[in-house]
Write a protein that binds this ligand. Structure first.
Ligand code: NDP
Length: 285
């Protein structure tokens, strides 16, 4: 038991799907999809994420723009920049890297991005679309998680799925996607009374918390599919997930590692989302 789900390899497949599609779309519509990434300030982790996103866009052959703004940027200046990009017919996707400096209200910024260019899927109209079952942009990490689960070949219908974490960007949307696939879904969080009792019932367990070692061997069901979204640093400063990988890997049927699981898929799905936004905009012309 215990097959590792290789997120890096699967993300390469997804990026290649996008890379194959770009020239076809360019021929059909006379231009390439274009992703615009905005970073405010110099947070080192954010800089790495942004660089990887722009690198992935270059790999797929789509156009991309990186807009780097100083940490002192005022909210109104960022809103003006977003308005400019909303109005730019050549831009298909706008991503503002979070977190933002404290003088800027993140919610205001997310709300300002045109929903049809919201490649992160965070705009309220995309969130509503997801929950109402309408056409929308699905957030990248949850979309990547579903693709990882699907790569195992597991039939979700009728299975018990537990999502640990209830954030707007991971926990809640992934729970809805699992529900859409007819899993019986439970969402656990910091106030869940006996987390182990809940997670032990999971045929599919998704942990999106941000606490190293939270999910231990005795908390998973034998043969479970375990998806670890967490990104933490262990005592030696090494990147690790929420799940005790060594303890769980031979008890799970499938398990994602950290690094090399959900992380690379998030970026790959961002490329997919940019392509989808491009197509949707072209088809609505
Ligand atoms: P948030 O901090 O927004 O949410 C964390 C959630 O975990 C909350 O719902 C919280 O509960 C819950 N929680 C906290 N402690 C416990 C506990 N002891 N038991 C059960 N639940 C608990 O985090 P995000 O959703 O933004 O991110 C979660 C993790 O995923 C982080 O490590 C983040 O870095 C990583 N991440 C990785 C991505 C990737 O691409 N690989 C993308 C996005 C995130 P409550 O609501 O009650 O406070």
């Amino acid at each position: 038991m215990g097959t590792i789900i290789d997120g890096k390899a699967l993300s390469a497949v997804v990026k290649d799907e996008v890379r194959d599609a770009v020239p076809v779309l360019e021929k059909k519509y006379g231009r390439k999809p274009c992703l615009c990434v905005i970073i405010v300030g110099e947070d080192p982790a954010s800089q790495v994420y942004v660089r990887n996103k722009v690198k992935a866009a270059a790999y797929t052959g789509m156009d991309s723009k990186l807009i780097e703004l100083p940490v002192s940027t005022r909210e109104d200046a960022l809103l003006r920049k977003i308005a400019e990009l909303n109005a730019d017919a050549a831009v298909d996707g706008i991503l503002v890297q979070l977190p933002l400096p404290k003088q800027i209200d993140e919610e205001k910024i997310i709300d300002a991005i045109a929903p049809e260019k919201d490649v992160d899927g965070f705009h309220p109209s995309n969130v509503a679309g997801l929950w109402l079952g309408k056409k929308c942009t699905v957030p990248c990490t949850p979309a990547g998680i579903m693709r990882l689960i699907d790569s195992t070949g597991i039939e979700l219908k009728g299975k018990s799925a537990v999502v640990v974490g209830r954030s707007n960007i991971v926990g809640k949307p992934v729970a809805k996607l699992l529900l859409d696939r007819h899993a019986t879904v439970t969402i656990a969080h910091s106030r869940t009374a006996d987390l182990g009792a809940v997670t032990r019932g999971a045929d599919v367990l998704v942990s999106a918390v941000g606490k190293a070692g939270l999910i231990k061997r005795d908390m998973i069901k034998p043969g479970a599919v375990v998806i670890d979204v967490g990104m933490n640093r262990d005592a030696e400063g090494k990147l690790c997930g929420d799940v005790d990988f060594e303890g769980c890997k031979d008890k799970a049927s499938w398990i994602t590692p950290v690094p090399g699981g959900v992380g690379p898929m998030t970026i790959a799905m961002l490329m997919k989302n940019t392509l989808l936004c491009f197509e949707q905009r072209e088809n609505n012309k």
